[in-house]
Design a protein around this ligand. Structure first.
Ligand SMILES: [Zn+2]
Length: 264
């Protein structure tokens, strides 16, 4: 009787040890294979659209402000090019990898998105309105540059975001050329890295090549960011006309990877 009591006690103790061991193993496995919960650890209202919609920047949950690099990802500037926002939604669903600092602006032109048009509610192309190499243009053109440099609140909002967040790397999504553009005034290192990670080709959009006499682009976000902030590399990522969900997933993963890549 006494022997049976001790047998049951020892068996129970072993069972408890086994259960605790398995539970902690599962816990360690979960922690090492997933990011912190999604959402923002900080949200900044960087400006408003013409129609008064807030333009917000989200610092992803788990971000480390002291990380070597700060990545800013902008989902869209042109209202009729919505697919970059799908990358942002995917990134927002989980936090950052360890020792990275990731900021997201889902929509740089919410009025344009609501109107399903490239330009903003003043019919200005934000991506020709930045105060660098700005040129006047035909108000009826789809690339109308506005009445003056940085005349539009959305332009000012994005300028405010970069000035406040001080990103070292910026990726801004467009459509539909399906290529990663070479950043004006910078090496193609980040474009090439993104190409390797996503399968999109890394190639200068004609007219955008740094220092090229054929550079015909004026007042774009990337020209402005690269010319104004020596520590920043801003890259245009042109998605295709349509993008499969699996590819959006791959691109979101690539954003996390380049946030963690050390500076070369
Ligand atoms: Zn565009």
């Amino acid at each position: 009787m006494r022997l049976k009591f001790w047998t049951i006690l020892i068996e129970s103790a072993l069972l408890i040890v086994a259960v605790v061991g398995i539970a902690s193993a599962i816990n360690i496995w979960q922690n090492s294979s997933s990011y912190p919960d999604g959402g923002c650890q900080q949200t900044l209202v960087v400006g408003k659209s013409v129609k008064g919609i807030s333009i917000e920047a989200c610092q992803l949950n788990g971000s480390n402000p002291d990380a070597e690099n700060t990545l800013l990802v902008i989902g869209t500037i042109h209202g009729d090019e919505p697919d970059g926002k799908r990358v942002i939604v995917e990134l927002e669903a989980s936090g950052t990898p360890k020792n990275t600092n990731i900021w997201l602006i889902r929509d740089g032109n919410p009025d344009g998105a609501n109107l399903a048009t490239r330009r903003n509610a003043n019919e200005v192309d934000i991506n020709r309105n930045f105060p660098i190499k700005w040129k006047p243009s035909d108000p009826l053109a789809r690339t109308y540059s506005g009445p003056s440099p940085a005349s539009e609140p959305e332009t000012l909002a994005l300028m405010n975001a970069v000035t406040t967040i001080k990103p070292t790397r910026i990726v801004v999504f467009h459509q539909p050329y399906a290529q990663i553009d070479c950043p004006p005034e910078r090496s193609t290192a980040i474009s090439d890295r993104l190409s390797q990670l996503t399968g999109f080709k890394s190639e200068c959009i004609p007219g955008e090549k740094s220092g090229s006499p054929t550079n015909t682009y004026t007042g774009t976000f990337t020209i402005w960011a690269n010319a104004t902030f020596p520590e920043t590399t801003a890259v245009t990522f042109e998605l295709g006309l349509t993008t499969m969900d699996a590819k959006i997933h791959t691109i979101a993963k690539a954003m996390r990877t380049i946030a963690a890549d050390p500076s070369s």
